[in-house]
Structures are given as structure tokens and as C-alpha cells.
Design a protein around this ligand. Sequence first.
Ligand SMILES: C[S@@+](CC[C@H](N)C(=O)[O-])C[C@H]1O[C@@H](n2cnc3c(N)ncnc32)[C@H](O)[C@@H]1O
Length: 306
Amino acid sequence: MGLGYKSATLNPFPLPARPASISTISNAPPHRAAINEYAPQRFEGNQSARPKFRPPTISIEQPDMTQNIYDDPEFFHGYSQMGRSLGGLDAAPEWPTLKSMLPPMKGLKVVDLGCGYGWFSRWASEQGADSVLSLDVSEKMLEQARKTTSVGNIHYSRADLEQLDLPIAGFDLAYSSLALHYIKNLSGLFATIHAALKPGSRFVFSIEHPIFMAPRNPGWLIDGEGRKRWPVDSYQREGERVTNWLAEGVIKQHRTLGTLFNTLIGAGFSIQHVNEWGPSDTEVAAQPALAEERERPMMLLVSVHR
Ligand SMILES: C[S@@+](CC[C@H](N)C(=O)[O-])C[C@H]1O[C@@H](n2cnc3c(N)ncnc32)[C@H](O)[C@@H]1O
């Protein structure tokens, strides 16, 4: 089964992007035309027959627009079939590590940024959180979250993390799982989160690892001895990556580790713990498909203090 999160990532024969299918939170029509430079391809056969790089991205984009790919019907359908969508936190192999970075939930006011189906929000409520504000830009994700939530202390709301307003010192914990690599204005978001947290409180998040995000042509290479290698290139070239994960033309934002941590520090946070997640021996024994996650980090788990 693998990570679930990743298994459908790599499309061997990506088609040109279909910008018209991309929904945006703005009512204005999308202003984006893209030829995918970074579309992922899994290619494990004869390397001489490996598909060639495609031409560079041409991108005309309005800075205030959010892609909101999770409301794309094709993307949402694909996402809804994934292990972690069906099985929640227990189906996310990085969850035990992420959980170990969290404080006890009892009595906390929590904000869940990019809450998706609300798995974490419900867990926090079950663990005794006082209240959870659960934010996402996707109507479809929020609809599913609301349908599967029966407790009254979780408040779901549609919000774009690119331009977020939160009450000053209103929260004891900010949490985000696998949403921040979609965010362009990360320094603005981190400043908002910092101001929204009470002094001494924590911001805990997971994000796609820059080594996973960086390549122009992300996909395993198989060497002469049959070993998997991850092609890291373009690492220093920060910015947009367009991939064909679940739908065509999915936009993410690559940054180096240095930029990510300096942006946190610049917002006033102090770094408490960093984990470049990989499976343990026991996890690989239980789920052999996880073994490839030892070859390169796919996710970064971070805990910082306000
Ligand atoms: C990989 S899903 C993770 C969902 C959930 N946190 C989890 O771990 O199950 C990423 C989520 O981030 C949300 N997202 C992406 N960009 C966003 C934005 N600009 N504002 C708010 N939410 C966003 C998506 O709609 C989606 O629900």
C-alpha cells in the first residue's frame, strides 16, 4: 500500500495541464496557462528510453489566486480513494511521530490549518481540546469533514491560508498536516500564526520535504543493481512545481530547508524539533511497501514554539 499519500503521485504519461478545470476561490476565471515542467513521472524501465524533460513552465498567474485543487472533481475523487482519506490518522504512517510532537490536548484552543476531512480536528476534540477551529479552502473537503463530525466544539470554516485572519493570541496550538507546501505567502501565514498563538504555545506541522519537492522530473530511478534513487535537481530553484498528482496541473511551492526554517525564525518562532520522517524497521516489516520511504525523506515534521 505504501504511504497512500504518495502512491498515486507519479503518472508515467502526464498530459498537458488543463487550466480550465482548476477551480479558484476567487470568482474570476483562472489566469494560468501552464506547460508542466515538473510533472512527475515514474519510470523504472530502461533508462535510455526514459521520457525527455518537457519544456519549461509558462505561467501567467494572479498572485492573489488560490488554486483550490481539492475542489476539482477528478482530484477530489482520487483523493477520496486514498488510504489516509479512508482510514484517517491510523492510515498515515507519519502520525505516531507527529503525535509525539504535540502537547496534551486537554483544555487547548486549537486551530487546524488545511484541515481536510477533519481527522485531526476530531482527534483533538476527543483528546479533550476545548475548541478546534478547522480551516480549509475546499468546500468539498469541508463538506466531508462536517458530515463525519458529531461533536459541537469543532467549528469548520472556509478560509484561504494565503490571506488568513485569526484572532490575536486566540489559540494554544496551531496544527497543519500536509497543506503548507501549497502556500505561496508562507511568511505572511507564519506571521499570522505567530500572532494568533499565546506566548509559549506550539505550532506543529508536516509539509512535503524539499528533497521530495525539488526535482524537475520526480520519480524513482533504478540503478544497475536494481536500487531506487531519487533524482534531486533544481533544489536551489525555489518556487512553483506543477505536478500531475491525481489531476493535471497541481501547483505546489518548493523552498529549501534553509528558507523554510529562516521563515519560521523570521516570524519569531523558535525551532523545537525537526523530523525527516522515515519508517522504522517494525513499520517496514508490517508494511513492506514503506521501504522506499527510507531512500529519501518525503515529509518533514516540525514543532516550533511561539
Ligand atoms: C493533503 S490535504 C491534507 C488534509 C488534512 N490536513 C490531512 O492531513 O488529512 C491538504 C489540504 O490543504 C488544503 N489547502 C490547500 N491549499 C489551501 C489554502 N490556500 N487554504 C486553505 N486550505 C488549503 C486542501 O484543500 C486540503 O484539504
